[in-house]
Design a protein around this ligand. Sequence first.
Ligand code: BT5
Length: 334
Amino acid sequence: MFFCVVSCLHGGAVMRERLLKSLQDGNYVSGQALAECLGVSRAAVNKAINQLRADGYAIDAVPNRGYRLLSRPDLLTVAEAVPYLSTDALGRHWHHVREADSTNALARELAEAGAPDGLVVVAETQRAGRGRLGRAWSSPRGGIWFSLLLRPRLLPSAAAMLTLGAAVAAAEATEAVAGITCGIKWPNDLLVNGRKVAGILTEMSAELDQLNYIVLGVGLNANFAAALLPEGLLVRATTLIEEKGEKVSRAAWLGAFLNRCEFWRRLLETGARQRLISAWRGRSVTLGQSVTVTTPTARFSGRAVDIDSDGALVVETEDGARVRVADGDVTLRE
Ligand code: BT5
């Protein structure tokens, strides 16, 4: 037996996803039956099978019996992620590459060319992954490196809140899929046992009062040994596989992240920021700590006391002044 699915993905991706579903129970299915089920020609089935093979799916073909799925690759393609998605918009368009310089750069190019809200751009590895403030992001194979294109109905000033929403969504996905509790270090680092497991780089195109688009770039150290990271990072970084002792499903993580991210975005679009701020506060490892703040123009120390309704960190300095920090880096002091 095989079954047929209808999905709201687009173009060849829909076709490949439906084909995989039809083959997923491991039995032979004839090309004719597939063509009828999918409502396409035999030639179109053949073409999609060849594309799947090029993506690393092993598919056997036997005359008079048909096709049989032998194995799936460990890739973050839409076909792998879609079973975990319950979103309306996020992840309903998907661009997967084996290698990119930076998924943020690629997503921006696609955004400028008119790509839709919710597009996910995933790379299995990045040659020149980017952190904030021009820093580099190390992206070996086995991690989850992607960018999410958003065209939200929000003012530019709300972009920082979306970053916080993404950080909470990433923590929630990690808890749900890997069973690992994460702390969030302002604004957007995810820490496990004090070590960084994920970071977020938000870039946007906006005019003064109009947000054109946001690219939310997320990097999560999932299934690779921390020893693959540059030497200086070893004491400060970790990976999920090292924390858990076994692989996590990258597709399940990405699906869970997108589901939660869509939830938080909807909430922000209705103006309900407080609930997100509470969720963020509940996971914060920054609030209540002595911190050193480095902004583009200053460096000072104090105690992190709050986060305001725009997502800025409020730091109380030694002379009692309260300073609002919207951009910059925070180091936790012992
Ligand atoms: C960040 O920057 O934490 C944002 C990282 C965003 C990466 C994603 S991957 C997909 C998308 N495409 C991109 O090109 N980027 C995004 P920041 O807070 O500036 O942290 C950067 C610092 O973290 C570096 O200077 C290193 O010290 C450290 N670092 C680099 N790679 C790391 C890794 N894989 N794990 C943990 N720490 C890392």
